[in-house]
Write a protein that binds this ligand. Structure first.
Ligand SMILES: [Zn+2]
Ligand SMILES: [Zn+2]
Length: 546
């Protein structure tokens, strides 16, 4: 079933036309003059709302499209009026690399999910690579689960990985609750997660053809004839045909042209007939040249969708200074014309881009090879005596210092932004609005970052919307607040992000996970106010049904 065909399990409004005030259970009630809920025709709208929550079940009991006064509820009710701030469903970030165990110095469950919570993200889905072991086997998943337990501030689900030779693990991983699978069509940058060939893809497609899952691709592939041969991705080999200095962003950009993305997507589409019922998905789409291919395939009935990332919508290659490797990711951030093309596609009524995610993929500052002035900005650690390379190789301090700082080819590729997505998107959307129309309304942000991301990972029955029966995952958003991204706002483990120092419009005030407030800006306990200051996030391991 295509994502947009999934029937809505909880139509709005609910039968509850009177407040549920006859129960003995003390309620939590959040109200605001502005919330993103559903109208009677099942359209997302901004409306006044009274949201009643059961603290016992952590679910939404009822939503009324009006602000009821506290006096409508029993005296023991926890009643909070957030007017004029927006009540939104907690975001579902369907693409996050948490890297634990194995590369926990890059990111971990605790720090990554704290960052998520601080930005109104209430569910993250962890990618199958960059932890050791990767999530390419059931035992790898079990290691992940063991590492995650008790550490998560928001709910966490897991993807599995497709690599050569693990086809027999795919169905057991579906049974174990993974939300989908990712495979690479080009070197991933880490040894334990090799790229797949077309025969591996064909085998994965036939294996998963009738399973309730999604098969996702890192869609970059080196076309057979090209003067740009790539850079062995995130390892230190320079391109065989460098077109300029390795510290210049344009050299890096031209080493991974749009043809890498279109060629990879053509490869996936050429095999799609093997699994006509299996949803296919392109992660982190950057090149707009891929959009017509995807649209044409969808028109033919191929079940394929794409996601793009906050950075492709907010950043542009022209603005990347030489050596500023905080901007390196794969596929690359392209020029501002490409960026406009992505925004235009998002406003297309049948956009091939159905979701926006962070692709939060951090590493240690050393592996980013930041030039001096940037490494100071990022908190400039003293170079340790030994540096652990991407694949565990040990470099002495001297060897590490010989590496050219600001080399876009040798630097690890990945951008840190989990928890910053909502302000990033809102800042860009409002900056791009003309006097008549914003390119995305707040309802579109909710659709792209919560409703559709939840659908993509088979969690619409629990997550991604303010509807009765769903988990009470709520983000309180002050959409007018302007603020600057300082180190204190970057709660992920390594404070290295291209957004540092940028002015944002819109700030998350509170985050609620299953009816419990976990984050409160300027609240006690360092703003993390969950049960006695303890993480309340749960692991999502239920078998996917749709
Ligand atoms: Zn990728
Ligand atoms: Zn990724």
């Amino acid at each position: 079933m295509a994502l947009h065909d999934i029937p809505n399990p909880f139509p709005y409004p609910t039968p509850a036309h009177t407040p549920p005030n006859e129960s003995n259970i003390p309620l939590t009630v959040l109200v605001s003059s502005r919330a993103v809920i559903y109208d009677q025709d099942n359209n997302l709208v901004v409306s006044p709302a009274t949201i009643s929550i059961s603290p016992q079940s952590g679910t939404i009991l009822s939503i009324l499209p009006t602000v009821l006064p506290a006096s409508s509820f029993p005296p023991n009710t926890t009643y909070i009026d957030h007017t004029p701030h927006l009540l939104l469903p907690g975001l579902v970030d369907a693409h996050v690399h948490l890297n634990e165990p194995g590369r926990t110095e890059w990111e971990g469950f605790n720090t990554g999910t704290r960052a998520a919570a601080s930005g109104g993200v209430t569910t993250v889905i962890d990618m199958p690579l960059n932890a050791i072991p990767p999530t390419t086997t059931v035992s790898g998943l079990q290691e992940k689960i063991k590492a995650a337990e008790g550490q998560c501030w928001v709910d966490v689900g897991f993807y599995g990985g497709v690599i050569p030779g693990n086809a027999h693990e795919l169905l057991p991983l579906v049974e174990a609750g993974v939300r989908g699978f990712k495979g690479f069509l080009i070197e991933s940058g880490v040894d334990e997660f090799p790229a797949v060939s077309s025969s591996d893809i064909a085998l994965a497609m036939t294996t998963l053809a009738n399973s309730p899952t999604t098969l996702m691709f890192h869609a970059e592939m080196i076309p057979p004839i090209t003067d740009s041969v790539g850079d062995d991705v995130q390892k230190s080999l320079p391109p065989l045909a460098p077109t300029g200095p390795l510290t210049s962003y344009s050299t890096f950009l031209s080493s991974r042209p749009p043809a890498f993305e279109t060629y990879a997507i053509e490869e996936v589409l050429s095999l799609a007939h093997l699994a006509p019922n299996l949803p296919l998905h392109i992660v982190h789409l950057s090149a707009i040249q891929a959009i017509p291919l995807l649209r044409e395939a969808r028109n033919r009935g191929v079940k394929i969708t794409a996601e793009t990332c906050f950075h492709y919508l907010a950043l542009a290659s022209e603005d990347v200074a030489d050596g500023d490797t905080r901007h390196k990711c794969c596929p690359p951030i392209r020029n501002s014309i490409n960026r406009i093309g992505l925004w235009n596609e998002l406003s297309h009524p049948d956009s091939v881009i159905q979701t926006i995610v962070s692709d939060h993929s951090p590493c240690t500052p050393e592996l980013k090879l930041l030039p001096e002035h940037l490494s100071h900005l990022c908190g400039g650690r003293i170079t340790p005596d030994e540096i652990i390379g991407v694949n565990g190789e040990v470099l002495t301090k001297e060897e590490a210092e010989e590496k050219e700082k600001g080399d876009f080819f040798a630097s690890w590729g990945g951008i840190s932004s989990v928890g910053l997505g909502l302000p990033i998107l809102w800042t860009e959307a409002t900056a791009r609005s003309s006097s008549t129309k914003a390119p995305l309304a707040i309802t579109d942000v909710v659709r792209l970052c919560a409703v559709n991301t939840a659908k993509q990972v088979g969690l619409s029955h629990r997550k991604g919307a303010l509807r009765p029966g769903l988990d009470a995952d709520i983000c309180v958003f002050d959409d007018g607040k302007e603020w600057r991204v300082g180190r204190e706002a970057m709660l992920f483990r390594n404070k290295v992000s291209p957004y540092q120092g940028k002015i944002m419009r819109g700030q998350v005030k509170e985050t609620w996970v299953r009816g419990q407030k976990v984050f409160e800006r300027e609240g006690g306990n360092g703003e993390f106010v969950g049960k006695g200051g303890m993480p309340v996030g749960r692991l999502i391991l239920e078998r996917r049904r749709v």
